[in-house]
Design a protein around this ligand. Sequence first.
Ligand code: ADP
Length: 166
Amino acid sequence: MGEYIMKIAIYPGSFDPITNGHIDIIKRASSLFDKLIIGVTDDNNKESMFDIHERVAMIEGVVTDYDNVNVQTFNGLLIDFAKLKSAVVIIRGLRVLSDFEYEFKMAMMNRRLSQKVDTLFLMPSIQYVHISSSLIKEVAILGGDISTYVPRNILDKIKRKISAKK
Ligand code: ADP
């Protein structure tokens, strides 16, 4: 009998900040795999509201209930990080149709870079299909109510960040 090989998945993103949409995906992915690594990285095209250490701490604060989930940062190619962690799957969330084109290209490129890692798309619950970290920040900055889209402690951190910048 062969030795059981742990199935490790990586859920990469900038998580600036983590939202209930991300948490929905984390919940689904953590039940499908033995171990889920949330890979936090900087998006070079966007200026972030929270630095990478703040983002990691915020995620850690909301995933404490999931024993098989841990949070790590990475730089450079996602596929290199996946190999380093012996992950077999990259998890991405699919929301609206507009996500598809970019995600499809990334998945094909990552497959080209490594045949050993597949990309798996998960869809969130319907109440989160239209939200992104960017949209949430935009609404919060303008004073809109985002309380149904982020956990309470994340909401407090967003509010504090916005008032510090004023
Ligand atoms: P990135 O810059 O890599 O897109 P994000 O933090 O914006 O980083 O998103 C990370 C992943 O989470 C992506 O796969 C994205 O599609 C997914 N995601 C973001 N928001 C949601 C949501 N509301 N529902 C489901 N998946 C989401």
